[in-house]
Design a binder for this molecule. Sequence first.
Ligand SMILES: [Fe+2]
Ligand SMILES: [Fe+2]
Length: 490
Amino acid sequence: MQNLTNTLKKLNYFWNRSQFPSQKPIQISTIDKLIIFLICIVIAIISSYKILLVSNLESPNIFSWGLTFAEVLLICGFLIVVSIKENPNINSRQILLIISLLLIVQMIKNIFGSELSPLSILIPPALIISQGMGTITALAWVSIASLSWPNSITNINSNLLLITLICSFIVSILGGRIRSRAQLLQLSIFVPIGALVSQWILIGNEKNSLVDNQGLFSSIGHIFSDSLLLAIIMLITILFIPIFESIFGLLTKARLLELADKEKPLIRRLSLEAPGTFEHTLLICGLAEEATRMIGGDIDLIKTGALYHDVGKLHAPNWFIENQDGAKNPHDEIDDPLKSAEVLQAHVDEGLKFARKNRLPKPIANFIPEHQGTLKMGYFLHKAEVKKLNFDESDFRYKGPIPQSKETAILMLADGCEAALRAMDINASDYEALDTISKIVNSREVDGQLDDSNLSKGEIFLIKKSFLNVWKRIRHRRIQYPTSKNNTFS
Ligand SMILES: [Fe+2]
Ligand SMILES: [Fe+2]
């Protein structure tokens, strides 16, 4: 009976561990919540007040106004939930941006009515949101902005609405994947051309019209000017995206790739002043990139985050073994484990200072404390125990927080495995390498370091396998190829 209870307990434990741990909710201040709520109320009023103007406060219309008001308020809430789900690290400024764009669009719809093409109203914000917040948030935003019209939409050609919706969806999907400013420029040229051709086919030619034509956009001149206006607004939006990035802390793919440039001053300093740390960083980039690709995470984010994770070591490069190159170890000279632990923690604190000084976006700066989590500084803890010092175990643990995303968790695991894999015997078997990786990964898992990371058991297994694949590549590179006697190559 006891065996059965133990087995059930074990099964329950493994079941719980295999489930996705719940992510901590994002912290939004009360004032920000209030501002967001007020903007949502204004959007709901703007989107529904015309229903009251049409009637003379008759009860059925008050009911229909109340229904529309509640509906818009609800979809605003839905939009916020979707954006938080897609971006767990989203901040209140970014939520304000999404909601404010909706407010601006509703106001423009009210002011211009059907005079301004919906193409020019909906597509540019969709581009900003998809670039900064991702495809799903942009799709949700587009759907809401296309559904909610404060004015009657009978004046707008239904085919034009359909074209706008399709073009906005294309921009939302491609905008979330685009990795360079050049591709953005291509998008701002090809989408208006696509819109022009589809308008010409569906609206300009009455025979091909799907529903009906009101005549408003039926002439070629209007179609052309609409598409030209769309191209101009999209180009202006692209020019303003870097400003949006810095004001709202948006992290676009293009910004990530710019930060990953190894000629950036901070990375250049790392390669010159802490070459050992730089080499360690490059190897970690390889490990982390492979693992992230395997589980389907954000590769550009982890590559850039990995590059900056140890920049804090620039404050005292020679205190870290990889930069000592056979010289005296300062830790041995001070012979004080508590002081040594402080130096180790300082590489996180100083790293965060470097991040602030260099205006690194928060998702990148998060890699600095989270790659160490609350890990034990085992070597110095052991030294303190041998010396019988008076200490608390927390003195020999990093201050955290533990990894809050899959990417920072992968970096922690890669950071742990890097030195062990580099030091491994060239003749070691795959089994031995996987065993070493598993021991390091399991120790972090048992220590609770992966509890907030959302990594499932299956994903942890895939991460181990991908680290093994990278090690096999390293081993392959280290095998000496025989060269011809006179050392010439054909
Ligand atoms: Fe570190
Ligand atoms: Fe590191």
